[in-house]
Ligand binder design. Structure first.
Ligand code: MG
Length: 277
């Protein structure tokens, strides 16, 4: 087989010239980013705060509020009715709730279903993480049939998780939850529904889900006005679920101020922007 060659005599001369011109053009064309103008958004941003991450991603970063470190339950009301054994907080009598109230936040919580597994359906390893009246289900969903919008990582009675990432009973699960609290106007009318994103054992299971309201067992969801900040609660469903390593970060949008309309700056005629960072 004859190799392709620009100098191949079987190509007609005009074709050879055209190919040569294309090769020269490709060679000398500037990279896509090397344009003459720069887009300037016209917004002056605040500098993002420095946060020191934990040694591992499940460890609390420097700006986290520790809710349970394996020993101290002082962050909680009613914790005296639960027990702490071997660094684990074990469900006791009644819900516990944080003394501090939280609005928009990132919550990390680890939990383990009882071993041996006892009960079936909603009666096996049931607890829950509540943001005010809104529950993210905790349940032993390892080979345990129940209604899908009631299994682990469901928004209770509103939506199942995208996938089931449950570990075996006795093993540890983690939830990383991004919670945006609902907003109400002065008349108590809903202006922004709550939204939630959940990673279960590092896997996305709720993708910015918009809640329909609260999550009771016995009636449809509804919104009742409340302050943006409410306690976090952990549920007693009469199953000795264990918890550990619970921390939370309050979150807020980064702030920016428009100082001019978006524009294109001619890089040839403008002074260079000072480098930062
Ligand atoms: Mg529950």
């Amino acid at each position: 087989m004859k190799k392709f060659n620009l100098r191949s005599s079987y190509l007609p001369k005009p074709t050879r010239l055209c190919l040569a011109a294309c090769t020269i053009f490709i060679t000398i064309s500037p990279a896509p980013h090397a344009t003459a103008a720069e887009y300037l958004p016209g917004i002056e941003w605040e500098e993002p705060r420095q946060v020191t991450p934990g040694k591992n991603n499940q460890d609390p970063p420097s700006d986290a509020v520790i809710l349970f470190d394996g020993v101290d339950t002082n962050a909680w009301n009613n914790a005296e009715t639960w027990s702490v054994t071997d660094g684990f907080l074990i469900v006791g009598k009644g819900m516990i709730s944080t003394k501090e109230a939280f609005g928009d936040c990132q919550l990390h919580v680890e939990w383990s279903s009882p071993l041996p597994a006892e009960g079936t359906g909603q009666g096996r390893g049931n607890s829950g993480v509540f943001f005010g009246p809104y529950e993210i289900q905790v349940l032993d969903s390892f080979e345990n049939a129940t209604y899908f919008d009631g299994q682990a990582a469901a928004i209770y009675k509103q939506t199942p998780p995208l996938v089931n990432v449950m570990r075996k009973p006795g093993e540890w699960n983690s939830y990383d939850i991004i919670w945006n609290t609902p907003r109400f106007d002065a008349e108590g009318k809903l202006t922004e529904p709550a939204t939630v994103t959940v990673l279960h054992n590092g896997v996305l299971v709720q993708n910015n889900f918009e809640l329909l309201g609260d999550t009771p067992f016995n009636r449809p969801p509804q919104y009742n006005p409340h302050p943006p900040e409410l306690p976090i609660r952990l549920q007693d469903h009469r199953n000795p679920v264990r918890f550990r390593n619970i921390w939370i970060r309050e979150i807020a949008p980064i702030q920016g101020k428009r100082t001019q309309q978006p524009t294109l700056r001619d890089k040839k005629t403008s002074a260079k922007r000072p480098k930062k960072g």
